[in-house]
Design a binder for this molecule. Structure first.
Ligand code: SF4
Length: 431
């Protein structure tokens, strides 16, 4: 029987590995990390109407919206490229969420329409994304650094763009910074410590690029937390670039990052080991070691941003988010993004945001569960406005709905007691 997930490199001879741009920045960084171990990798071209056409052709309508988008985008590649020269990257997960169906459906569609030879490379959340083949150790380390570096660039973009005095200057700094970081991630043959040092130096250059963006930092801009399903909240095509709309209504977004999900899969991996009687095992030791190394890398990469990210600090341990979620969704009884979204909503309230939006694909179980508990969560936290936005490619009143939500956030801001902390540059005189 054909294996659904093919081991990297062995199945990649002479092929380019395409990666879906769930988050464009993170995917560019991940493809650079793959190139550092000799895998030719490329980010898929942007999604468009053809993506949705092809996705709809091979789905019934019951599938998740991200599945339709990823399927459509991979099929679009096959309209252009030689199938003998391509492979597709698609992570997977076990459990109740429909994410576990993405790889089997992609495989089935490819087989049905005659592309049996196209490999799918598929690391899994169940093993904390460890199972990625012969170069797993090196790739895991560089890949993790790519996640952190791209999360940092994403934060720099969102905290600067709403205040830019020259339209497009932030985007320019962002693209130059992404090229800079990817250039370092792509280098092969460096010792881990040297690579880390070069990456830190690159991030310091990025920090200076963003600091140089002409901007008017003013305190009347609304501060909006963004949580939700990971694909939908990060992929600007699927969420119709809702963060730009928030910015048009004079808002600044704090978007939940990718690292949050990796920390969550790590903690779940250890919980499952304990539940299966492997609390004292080699697997547990390896899982803990991985966590320690990742924490050390994260600390080193964030260190130059202590001043710039004052007021934007992420929790020191993902357990903090899970504990905040416990009164609503205990970690042991609910899994996936719903616990992260609800817990992060409380965390963001504590950090002084003026409102929270939850972005999810239409019919997503995570969004639906959270929507059921948000009214109580909001009542418990001074009535902070929390709104679910669902996406399926047919949104018609997004602009109106964002406008209404921002008015609610403005009203909440007048009476809230949790004040936001501002970084030093908010004291700059207006340009
Ligand atoms: S989180 Fe929601 S949209 Fe994403 S795969 Fe699971 S059910 Fe589908």
């Amino acid at each position: 029987m054909r294996r659904m997930c093919d081991e990297p490199r062995r199945g990649l001879q002479g092929r380019k590995l395409y990666i879906h741009p769930m988050a464009y920045c993170g995917t560019r960084a991940l493809s650079a990390a793959l190139e550092s171990i000799g895998i030719e990798a490329e980010v898929l071209p942007p999604s468009d109407s053809r993506t949705l056409e092809l996705g709809a052709k091979y789905t019934s309508g019951d599938e998740c919206y991200p599945q339709k988008i990823t399927l459509g985008d991979y099929l679009k590649v096959l309209e252009r490229d030689d199938p003998r020269r391509v492979a597709f990257f698609m992570p997977t997960a076990e459990g109740p969420c429909r994410f576990g169906q993405y790889v089997p459906l992609l495989r089935k569609v490819l087989d049905d329409i005659g592309y049996r030879e196209v490999p799918i490379i598929s690391p899994s959340a169940g093993d904390g994304y460890d199972g990625i083949g012969e170069f797993a150790g090196e790739l895991m380390r560089t890949g993790w650094r790519a996640v952190i570096a791209s999360d940092i660039l994403g934060k720099l973009l969102l905290k600067t763009r709403p205040y830019e005095a020259v339209k497009g200057a932030t985007e320019e700094a962002f693209q130059a910074s992404l090229d800079d970081v990817c250039g370092v991630l792509r280098i092969s043959g460096l010792k881990p410590q040297e690579k880390l040092e070069r990456l830190v130096a690159s991030l310091i250059r990025c920090r200076e690029r963003f600091r140089a963006v002409p901007a008017n930092y003013k305190k009347d801009v609304l501060f909006i937390g963004v949580v939700g399903e990971i694909f939908c909240r990060l992929n600007t095509f699927s969420n119709e670039d809702v963060i730009r709309k928030i910015e048009e209504y004079e808002g600044e977004a704090w978007l939940s990052d990718v690292a949050e999900w990796i920390w969550y899969t790590n903690i779940e991996q250890r919980r499952m080991l304990r539940l299966t009687g492997k609390g004292l095992s080699l697997s547990m030791l390896q899982a803990k070691l991985k966590g320690w190394v990742q924490k050390a890398d994260e600390h080193a990469l964030y260190a130059p941003f202590e001043e710039d990210f004052h007021g934007y600090e992420e929790p020191g341990d993902i357990q903090e988010i899970l504990d905040l979620c416990r009164p609503y969704l205990p970690q042991e009884g609910a899994s996936g993004e719903m616990v992260l979204s609800a817990g992060k909503a409380v965390y963001l309230y504590q950090k002084g945001v003026d409102g929270i939006v939850d972005l999810s694909p239409f019919t997503c179980m995570n969004g639906i569960t959270c929507e059921a508990i948000y009214p109580r969560l909001s009542r418990d936290h001074e009535g902070i406005p929390i709104k679910n936005f669902y996406f399926d490619g047919t949104q018609s009143n997004l602009d109106r709905d964002v406008g209404i939500f921002m008015e609610m956030a403005r009203n909440y801001r007048r009476k809230k007691t949790r004040e936001r902390l501002y970084p030093y540059y908010f004291k700059r005189p207006a340009l």
